[in-house]
Design a protein around this ligand. Structure first.
Ligand code: UGA
Length: 435
């Protein structure tokens, strides 16, 4: 494998993890960001995000002199053979992906183009962004240096990002030339992964289609769960039963309080917007988004039904991040559920093993935060579970029962066995299962 000089612009989850993994497989990588605070944090060996195993891998590659951090983006662009764009594409008010950062980076690349480079987009961007990046680079470039554009979307999951990258299931490479395809395919060789060669536009579409499909699976099983509740069936058994069909598969069939995170909510909204822009009425994705929001509302209604009224009731909310092993609060169910509980008059005590500082930025002081799981439960009228952290799964149920005012648990993640909960005499309300 030829060692490449790779510059990754953007040190969020995608940029930092991909950059570090490219270094780990032997490339010389510079990760850069306009946020100088982040860069100085990284230079001191601290991580701006929580991701298991990341800190150790960053330290290893920095000490082995394959991984560097800088806020001098211009210099990093000039020094690179390959430039990865991994900046954020947040959801704008219309649901459209906000391309401000991508456009800024394209301009800076144009201004600093000093030889042939491959410009790769890793950020999730609407179809056609590759072409836009190319035209912005051309517009802002003084020289007539050649370059190529590649779309190489990222499929890592937060919480298992290193593992997902080092053992990637596939690499989608949509290149504007065969030369650029070969370069990026070669970069991926040590990952020993399946490579799919496409056009730039197809690669961009694959990313949206993948996330939209997974989100659809989740809203589908949540709808099935809601029907299960009405007909007296058990959704966990339905998932097991249908998942045994290889064409359906077991993954992403856990019913719950609805999906969150930085990707599914943003990407489903963006795909809805793309379809609308091109005159296509994508009804299925609209329903997926609506079902997901309703799932939060139905959940709060269940809490209310279990307690009679929420006025003045103390609710212990367990788990704030959108999923376990991350402190990411973006579009977390807790951001909808806690305000809804408060609107109905509840007093909320909240616990999360690592996301409290992040939660404070999003939820503020609408609830009191606890660092101890059992202190959060003490004297509450009910426990509400929002994130499937392993320590919540391993709750000492005898202790929980002795600490709660009433033995009521409303579980948005189906963490406990129904018989066990009956044996402990809990009123246990979960998703898509009999009470
Ligand atoms: C997701 C995709 O899984 C990645 O492949 C993709 O690269 C990433 O988005 C992205 O676009 O960058 P992530 O957002 O990290 O990854 O989280 P997931 O593990 O996929 O979980 C998403 C949400 O679905 C979470 O809120 C989770 O609690 C929920 N979920 C997942 C369920 O409710 N039930 C399940 O069975 C699975």
């Amino acid at each position: 494998m030829e060692v490449r000089k790779i510059t990754v612009i953007g040190t969020g989850y995608v940029g930092l993890v991909s950059g570090t993994c490219f270094a780990e497989i032997g490339h010389e990588v510079t990760c850069c960001d306009i946020n100088e605070e982040k860069i100085s944090l990284l230079r001191q060996g601290n991580m701006p995000i929580y991701e298991p195993g990341l800190k150790e891998l960053v330290h290893k590659n920095v000490s082995e002199k394959r991984l560097y951090f800088t806020s001098n983006i211009a210099k990093a662009i000039q020094a690179a053979d390959i430039i990865y764009i991994a900046v954020g594409t947040p959801m704008s008010q219309t649901g459209e992906a906000d391309l401000t950062f991508v456009k800024q980076v394209a301009k800076t690349i144009g201004e600093n183009l000093n030889g042939y480079k491959v410009i790769v987009t890793k950020s999730t961007v609407p179809v056609g962004t590759g072409r836009l990046v190319a035209s912005l680079i051309r517009t802002h470039s003084q020289s007539s240096q050649p370059f190529d554009i590649v779309s190489n979307p990222e499929f890592l999951r937060e919480g298992v990002a290193i593992q997902d990258t080092m053992n990637m299931e596939r690499a989608i490479i949509g290149a504007s030339s065969e030369k650029a395809f070969q370069i990026i395919a070669e970069v991926h060789k040590p990952f020993n992964t399946k490579i799919v060669q496409t056009s730039v536009e197809t690669a961009e579409m694959i990313k949206y289609a993948a996330n939209a499909f997974l989100a659809t699976k989740l809203s589908f099983i949540n709808d099935i769960a809601n029907i299960c509740e009405r007909v007296g069936a058990d959704v966990t058994k339905v998932s097991e039963g249908i998942g045994l069909d290889k064409r359906i598969g077991h993954q992403f069939l856990q019913a719950g309080v609805g999906f969150g995170g930085s990707c599914f909510p943003k990407d489903t909204a963006a795909l809805h917007h793309i379809a609308k822009t091109y005159g296509y009425d994508f009804k299925l994705i609209d329903a997926v988004i609506e079902t997901n929001f309703n799932q939060r509302v139905f959940f709060v209604e269940k809490v209310e039904a279990a307690l009679g009224s929420l006025q003045g009731k103390i609710i212990s909310v367990l788990g704030l991040s959108f999923k376990p092993n991350t402190d990411d609060m973006r579009y977390a169910p807790s951001l909808d559920v806690i305000p809804l509980l408060r609107e109905k008059g509840a007093i909320v005590k909240a616990y999360d093993p690592i996301a409290i500082e992040e939660a404070k930025k999003h939820i503020g002081y609408q609830c009191t935060y606890f660092e101890d799981l059992y202190e959060t439960i003490e004297n509450a009228d009910a426990c509400v579970i929002l994130t499937d952290w392993s320590e919540i799964k391993e709750l000492d149920l005898v202790k929980v029962k002795s600490l709660l005012r009433k033995p009521i648990i409303i579980d948005g993640r189906n963490l406990f066995d129904l018989n066990t909960m009956h044996e402990h005499d809990f009123m246990y309300v979960s998703i898509g299962r009999p009470v």
